[in-house]
Design a protein around this ligand. Structure first.
Ligand SMILES: NC(=O)c1ccc[n+]([C@@H]2O[C@H](COP(=O)([O-])OP(=O)(O)OC[C@H]3O[C@@H](n4cnc5c(N)ncnc54)[C@H](OP(=O)(O)O)[C@@H]3O)[C@@H](O)[C@H]2O)c1
Length: 253
């Protein structure tokens, strides 16, 4: 089967491509670096020729409100139109648990717009809603940084390892379209401020975490339900406490 992974060079995309290849599928890791751009349309029709399945794990280079909305709307429209023309039978996209509850954030408004395009398109689909990736902890810390302090909400969170996300995505990709949403999460919940503290300590980052219920998570004030999955979510196996021992500081770009 030919499977195109849009964003196939990213954190989740690269792990997913390996899993699908190991099961014997023809997998195209599509991204601007490999000549496929869902914003300009470059290389898209050629990439989708003969594909039965398309997975969208691309992300916007900018999280600024207007830029991220423009990214997910333009990318979604171009991709779904190209899929309809190519006769693609299953579109799978990765979004975030609680997206519909997090609408004070420009990023999550853009993810909801992406989901709406998918639901309205004629291509059968499966949406995967994941909780935050362990690997995103550094970005969360960065977003709450004020000088030498990191202001973080103590809201509950149940983050997941990127390996568990890729495993779940591979199963959904190779299953039938659910024309709905499946949720995935890590095995343990904890307070966001605690997990950020543990992460920063591990990577020898001396910034001080300040527990601040009013501090916003990418524009949203959180409560204990905001980021948490519903009962029945698929639960991964890697614990944050195990993963964090292997965490290294984010690479400087
Ligand atoms: N971070 C979290 O905790 C979290 C939680 C739940 C869901 N998600 C969702 O998971 C998805 C994947 O996230 P990730 O962290 O794996 O992303 P990532 O590592 O930032 O990778 C993004 C990918 O998108 C590609 N891309 C960027 N612009 C593109 C374009 N115009 N056309 C085609 N591809 C393009 C990039 O290609 P290049 O390498 O060529 O630039 C790269 O392969 C996102 O949609 C995000 O919303 C994230």
């Amino acid at each position: 089967m030919k499977i195109v992974v849009i964003g196939g060079t990213g954190l989740i995309g690269s792990k997913l491509v390996k899993r699908l290849q190991s099961k014997g599928h023809e997998v195209l890791a599509a991204s601007p670096n490999s000549g496929v751009n869902t914003i300009t349309g470059e290389g898209l029709a050629d990439a989708l020729k003969g594909a039965q399945i398309v997975v969208d794990v691309a992300n916007s280079p900018s999280f600024e409100d207007n830029a991220v909305m423009e990214f997910f709307q333009t990318s979604g429209k171009n991709l779904l139109a190209a899929e309809a023309a190519a006769g693609v039978q299953h579109h799978i996209a990765l979004s975030v648990v609680g997206t519909e509850r997090l609408q004070d954030s420009g990023y999550f408004r853009a993810k909801l717009a992406q989901e709406k395009l998918i639901k309205e398109s004629a291509v059968p689909y499966s949406l995967v809603h994941s909780t935050q990736f362990f690997e995103f902890m550094g970005s969360i810390a960065q977003s709450g940084t004020q000088g030498q302090e990191v202001h973080i909400s103590p809201a509950l969170i149940q983050p997941i390892s990127s390996e568990d996300v890729a495993d779940a995505m591979a199963d959904v990709v190779l299953g039938s379209p659910v024309n709905g949403t499946v949720e995935i999460a890590g095995p343990e919940s904890g307070r966001l401020s605690d997990l950020v503290s543990v992460y920063l300590k591990q990577v020898k980052d001396t910034r001080k975490v300040v527990i601040d219920a009013k501090s916003k998570y990418f524009g949203v004030e959180l409560d204990d339900k905001s980021l948490m999955p519903a009962a029945g979510a698929r639960i991964g196996s890697v614990k944050f406490s195990e993963w964090v021992k292997t965490a290294s500081p984010p690479q400087a770009h």
